[in-house]
Design a protein. Sequence first.
Length: 326
Amino acid sequence: MRRIIKGAHTMQLTGIHHVTAITAQAAQNRRFYVETLGLRLVKKTVNQDDTSAYHLFYADGAGSPGTDLTFFDWPTAPAKRGTHSITRTSLRVASEASLDFWRERLNAAGVKVSDTRLLNGRAVLDFEDPEGQRLTLIVDGGTIPFVAWEKSPVPAEHQIRGLGPVTISVPQVERTELVLTKLLGLERIADYRDAAHASGDIHVFRIGEGGPAAELNVAVEPGLAPAREGAGGVHHLALRTPSFGEYDEWAERLRASGYPNSGPVDRFYFRSLYLREPNGVLIEIASDGPGFATDEPFETMGEGLSLPPFLESKRAAIEAGLKPLA
C-alpha cells in the first residue's frame, strides 16, 4: 500500500459517473425506470463481457454523464444484503416539492415509500424498486445542470436530475480510506449516522468539488455478514474523469502505483478503468465522453439495440439470444 501515497495529483475526479446494478427481470425493469421513474432509456446494448445479457442505461434526456443508472440483465437469484457491497443509490430531484410529488406518485404505483426525512442535512425519501434495489430521492437544490426528457411521464420540474451520493458498506474503513484519499484523490469531509439504514458511522468522501452529485458515503458495519451479488443489488459504481487526457493520466497513475487494476478498457461510449477497494467493492473510473449519441441519432437513442463496432459482426447471434423488452 505504501506506493499509493507517493506523487501529487495533477487530475481530479469530478463526481459519480454511473451506477451499474443487476436485474433478473429486464422487461419489468424497463417499465419501472421509464414509466414509473420517468427516466429515458438512452442506450439499449449488451454487457460487453457477456453478450447474452442486456446492458440498459437510464438517464436524463441527454444521457449526460453523472445521470445514468444502468443494469445488467442476469438470470440470477436475489442479492443477499450485507457488507463488502454498494448498499444504496441516491437519485437527485430539485426540491422538497418534488419529494411530495414523488411520494404521491410512488404510493399510487404501489411502491412503498418512506416519509420525507433529513439525512446529513438534505431532505430525502427512501424506496425500493420491484426487485429490492435500494434507492433514495435526495434534494439537490435544482442548481446542477441536467437535461429534461420531453417524453417523460414526469413533469420537467420534478424529473430525476441525476445520481446523488452512493453508499458502500465495509467492515473496516482504514484501508478503504487510504485508497480513496491517497490513490483516487477523494477527501473525507464529514461523518453522520443513519439509524434507519446503517448500523455504524457513515463517512462522507468528497469527489472533486463535492456537493450532492459528488459524494461517496462509506458505512462502517463490522457486524454484518458479507453480501452476495444478485438481482436487486449493485454491481459497481463509476467515478467521473472529464477528459481523455486525464483518463490517460489515471491509467498511468494506477499502473505506477502498483495497485491491482484492469488497465485501460474502451467501452466505446466511454473509457474505463476498474479496481476493487480493499473490502472488495468494485470501482470504475469512466471518461465523460464520447457519449451515447456516438452511434445513433440523439432523438432515437435507446430505441434500437446498439452494439459497439467490435460486436457488430455478431449482431444476428446476439439479437437471437436476447429476450424482448416490451
